[in-house]
Each structure stands twice: as C-alpha cells, then as structure tokens.
Write a protein that binds this ligand. Sequence first.
Ligand code: HEC
Length: 219
Amino acid sequence: MNKVFLSVIVLCLPLLAEAAGGGNNEYIVHAPINLDDKVSLQRGAQIFVNNCLGCHSAQYMRYGRVAEDLGIPPEIMRENMMFTTDRIGDTMHTAMPGDLGKKWFGVVPPDLTLVARVRGEDWLYSYLTNFYEDESRPWGVNNHVFPDVAMPHVLSNMEMELGEDKFNEAMADLTNYMVYMAEPIRAERERLGVYVLIFLAVLAVPVYFLNKEYWKDIH
Ligand code: HEC
C-alpha cells in the first residue's frame, strides 16, 4: 500500500512542479545531456561540489557512490571534491549552517538531490542558462525561467570568463550530473532495457516454431 502511494506521488511530481509555476515556457530549451558521457558527468560533479553545496545540500546522495559510478578515484574525490566532510561514505551536506539560508535569502535553499526529476532536465538546464541582470532585484539578477527567484547568479563569473557557448556547455555538464544524481541507475536501466528487448526478439524465434509445432496436429 505504502509503495503504491509513494509511486503515485513520484509520478505526480512533474505535474506538481508544473502547478507550482513551471515558469515561462518560451525560455525552456532542450537539455543536451548524455548519461554515458563519464567525462561530462565528472565535470558536472566538480561544478556542483564547488558552487552549489555552499547553499544547497544533496542529502540523498553519498560521495562514495558518486566516485564509484562516475569512475572518480576515491583519493581524488577526497582531496578535490569533498568540502563538507572527510568521510567518503557521508551524504552531500551543505556548508551552510542551519537557518542562515532563511535569513539571507528569505527562503531555505532546497535540497537538490531530486530536483532534476521534480523540475525536469530541460527546465533545469534552461534555468541555469537564463539568469539576467535586473537591478530591481535584491541580488541584481533575475531569471527568465524562475521569475523573481531568490537565488543569486552564483556562476556569473564563470559565465563572463567562458563566454556564452562554453558556459552553456558547462551547464549541460552540470545538468547531466544532476540528472544522474536524481536517478543514479537510469543509464544502467536504459542499457538493460536494450538487452531485454534483444532477448525478447531472440526468444520470439523458438517460440514461433514451438507454437507451430504444438498446433501442427490439431489443424
Ligand atoms: C548563495 C546561495 C546559493 C548557491 C551557492 C546556489 N543556490 Fe540555488 N538556490 C538558492 C536559493 C536561496 C534558492 C531558492 C530560490 C527561491 O525559491 O526563490 C535556490 C534555488 C535553486 C533551484 C530551484 C529549486 C526549486 O525547484 O525550486 C535550483 C535548481 C538551484 N537553486 C540550483 C543551484 C545550483 C545547480 C547551484 C550551483 C551552481 C546553486 N543552486 C547554487 C541559493 C543558492
């Protein structure tokens, strides 16, 4: 019963996100993600730990799992990518203490583990690439996809340094990583799906002849 209830909730998440103001759809573009591209996922993970955990958590994901899934050696993970803990088995906490988020931003920066699934990958990619200057806002920026968002444009320096095309590529890597994080087994599930289809196709041959054999005397 509980499982059924949970499934229904999860299936409804995209609808809820839409109802909660999916945002301005004319700015939503297709996210060029590829879960088989380990290098892209590693770059995305690096951007994520460097720039997002300062305010957000990803408390349903462990550093160790990321290292293993993305082929990052544990020493490299420990030295370059873990700023909120020393233990690789820990979940990805935020560096921000308790209620500071609420005080600074008026809203606690939400946990990001599942955000790619809640909002959708296209929404997420478009959100990350659609900050613009707006002096009327507290941080001097606004967002076309999430109007009046309370988050500052934390990657504005990166955007200026890289220029638009390279920045969009970096955001594709970041989105790629966040899609992986929201469903770590998705790449495996999709690969498995192909094998299952091949298996069924191969199985269909003997089943076809067996069927003929069984009915042969009856016809
Ligand atoms: C300086 C603090 C800060 C940093 C750093 C930060 N964010 Fe945020 N973020 C916020 C706040 C505050 C909100 C809530 C905005 C609101 O609800 O108006 C938010 C909201 C979001 C949302 C929308 C969540 C939702 O579904 O409502 C996403 C997605 C997001 N952040 C992604 C990121 C990513 C990716 C990074 C790293 C590149 C990042 N943030 C870095 C403060 C931060």
